[in-house]
Each structure stands twice: as structure tokens, then as C-alpha cells.
Design a protein around this ligand. Structure first.
Ligand code: ADP
Ligand code: MN
Ligand code: MN
Ligand code: MN
Length: 338
């Protein structure tokens, strides 16, 4: 029987790209191959030369449609040359991952996000002063007062597991209506492919609930937590000894590196990295054990064991993970290359 392949890609919308998808019906036994789309409708091409190419890079069973149907994450290529499109950040990520493969980098990314309905975060009051009680009871909360949207979170988690995505956990966040899921540990390119696919499933499943899942970095101004994408990272050397852990922190904070990394850590990081709400100010770089006010945190267990991984707390929820994992892999592994 024929089956459906949902082709998914990342568009050219500035400053934060959107995800797009369309359906291809394939004959029984046919593989999802190269396809195309109208780049003039996605901020990826002018109208008079609009064709862009979709090249499948990561295919999983479609947990929404079921059966033999699949989800196909694609990179975007230019027609004729088949070179990477300017919006294709994956190609450069693959290059760095290949160059430093001997370091066996692993990433775990914590994707925070906020549900919105009727123009306000899910669960926020529809009348009166519109704001819920101040932050405090919501993080990892339980109960109808503390929680909004759990049914969507559960459906999304089940879908990720059924798709074979390496999802490692979920939790309710500090602001009411805000949540987190984690993917990893997976490789430099793999974790980013998985995160984009998991985001697609989040948007798609939330759509069925009439809710918008937003990865805005500071969805509500004021005394409300922003949304990040803390990026946990290790190499084989870091998983074996503490010197490599410190060397990685020093490399990430090295000359020119703070600015280079921040430029790739997501639109509007200045609004989120204020020095409040469990962040370090973006203009200051500091690392420390158990320090949730640091730029880079060394988990206490890692300090105790003398090996493990580090957490870069600066990336925004709205990052392009291909950019972030490329930057960290390149900076840490270059510095560790004799
Ligand atoms: P936090 O305490 O900051 O909320 P989480 O439990 O949300 O931490 O996320 C930790 C992430 O780190 C998970 O995605 C996990 O898979 C990842 N992780 C664990 N060990 C490693 C490792 N050695 N290298 C890279 N990432 C790792
Ligand atoms: Mn977390
Ligand atoms: Mn969190
Ligand atoms: Mn974290």
C-alpha cells in the first residue's frame, strides 16, 4: 500500500527560522528521495528563481499517522549545484563533527518552551490582572493550580519515544505554562537532528490541542523566567578526567570565544541573560561548580567524580542547535588538539 512521508525543513525566516512541512505519497517499497519546494514562500529564494531542493537527512516512523508513514527531516540545497543553501547550517555542523570525530563529542540539550493560547501563556487567568500568582510553586509542580498543559507534554513525549528520538526527560518549568524536554546524550549532528524533529512533533501535537508552543527566549517581560536551551557537552577526554573539564571551560571562555558563541546562541539573548532568573549577565563569562548563576556550570556530581560533562547555560530556547553544537565542538576540540 502507498504510504505518506512528511518532508520537514527549516526555513529562512529572520531572526528565528520557522519549521515547514509537506506530504509526499510514496508507492509501497519506494524510499523518500530528493524533493523540492517554492523557496519564494519561505524566505529562501526570489520569485523568479524559486526552486529549492530538499535532501533527506533523518527519517523516523511517524508516531502521529502510524502505520508505515514516516517523518523525513531534510536539509535545504541549491538547485543544479546541490551545494548547501545559505540557510543550511547543518552542512557546516557535519564538517566540524567529521573533523573532530575522534573526540566522540556528546550533547544533551534542554529545550525550554512556553505554551500560548488566546494570546497569553496557557493557564494564565483570562480576566482580572491577567497574571497568575508569582513564580515559586510551578517548577516540577503537580496539581491543577500549578500545572497547565500536561496532557500535551505527555502526548509529545510518547510521540518522541515512538519515533525513536533519544528524549531523556521532561519537567514543568519555573513560569506557569512553561515546560522543558531534554534530548541526548547524542553526537554533534545527531542531537541537533533529534531536537529539530522533537520540535516539529511539539508544534504539530500542540496544534491538535489548539495551543501554540513557543521557543521565544523571553516570552513575558518582567519578573518571569526566560526560556533557554542549556547545552550539556562532553568529549571522551572529559568523560575520563577533570583536567579536560577545566580545559573545556577555559576554551569556551577564551579570547574572542565569548562573543563568537553568543552570536550563535539565539535571537534576543540580551533580554534573557540579565544576571537574574538563574542566568549570568551576557557580558560576563564565569564557570563554576553547581553555579546556576554562571555561564557554564560544572554539575556537582562531575566535580565529585572528577569527570563527566559541562553545561553551557547561555543558549536561548530559540537556538539553531546545528550552530550551537558546531561552535562548542569546534572551540573545545580545537583547544584540545595538540
Ligand atoms: P539540569 O539539572 O540542568 O536541569 P537536565 O537533567 O535537564 O539537567 O539535563 C541534563 C542533560 O545532560 C540531559 O539531556 C543528559 O542526557 C545530558 N548528559 C548527561 N550526561 C552527559 C554527558 N556525559 N555528555 C553530554 N551530555 C550529557
Ligand atoms: Mn533541565
Ligand atoms: Mn530548565
Ligand atoms: Mn540545565
Amino acid at each position: 500500500m502507498a504510504y505518506r512521508a512528511e518532508y520537514i525543513w527549516i526555513d529562512g525566516t529572520e531572526p528565528t527560522p520557522l519549521m515547514r512541512s509537506k506530504t509526499k505519497i510514496l508507492a509501497d517499497g519506494a524510499e523518500p528521495g530528493i524533493w523540492g519546494f517554492d523557496g519564494s514562500s519561505t524566505n529562501q529564494a526570489p520569485g523568479d528563481n524559486s526552486d529549492c531542493v530538499l535532501n533527506p537527512v533523518y527519517t523516523v516512523p511517524d508516531p502521529i499517522r502510524g502505520g508505515n508513514d514516516v517523518l523525513v527531516l531534510c536539509e535545504v540545497l541549491l538547485p543544479e549545484s546541490f551545494e548547501p543553501h545559505p540557510t543550511n547550517t547543518r552542512a557546516a555542523c557535519v564538517e566540524v563533527a567529521d573533523k573532530f570525530a575522534s573526540f566522540e563529542p556528546l550533547f544533551g540539550i534542554e529545550q525550554e518552551y512556553t505554551f500560548f493560547k488566546d494570546g497569553r501563556p496557557l493557564g494564565w487567568p483570562q480576566e482580572g490582572y491577567y497574571y497568575p500568582a508569582p513564580q515559586g510553586p510551578y517548577y516540577c509542580g503537580v496539581g491543577a493550580v500549578e500545572i497547565a498543559g500536561r496532557e500535551i507534554v505527555e502526548a509529545h513525549t510518547t510521540a518522541c519515544i515512538e519515533a525513536g528520538i533519544n528524549i531523556s526527560g521532561t519537567n514543568a518549568e519555573v513560569m506557569l505554562g512553561q515546560w522543558e524536554f531534554q534530548v541526548g546524550p547524542s553526537g554533534t549532528v545527531e542531537v541537533a537532528d533529534e531536537l529539530w524533529m522533537a520540535r516539529y512533533l511539539l508544534y504539530r501535537i500542540s496544534e491538535d490541542f489548539g495551543v501554540n508552543a513557543s521557543i521565544s527566549a523571553k516570552p513575558i517581560k518582567g519578573d518571569w523566567n526566560g526560556a533557554g536551551a542549556h547545552t550539556n557537552f562532553s568529549t571522551n577526554q572529559m568523560r575520563e578526567g577533570y583536567d579536560a573539564i577545566i580545559a573545556a571551560c577555559e576554551a569556551i571562555g577564551g579570547p574572542g570565544k565569548v562573543e563568537e558563541h553568543l552570536a550563535g546562541y539565539g535571537h534576543g539573548y540580551e533580554d534573557r541573560l540579565t544576571g537574574l532568573h538563574e542566568t549570568a549577565h551576557y557580558s560576563q563569562f564565569r564557570y563554576g561548580v553547581s553555579d546556576r548563576g554562571a555561564s557554564v556550570r560544572i554539575p556537582w556530581q562531575v566535580a565529585k567524580d572528577g569527570k563527566g560533562y559541562i553545561e553551557d547555560r547561555r543558549p536561548n530556547a530559540n537556538i539553531d542547535p546545528y550552530v550551537v553544537t558546531r561552535l562548542i565542538t569546534n572551540t573545545v576540540c580545537s583547544a584540545a588538539t595538540p
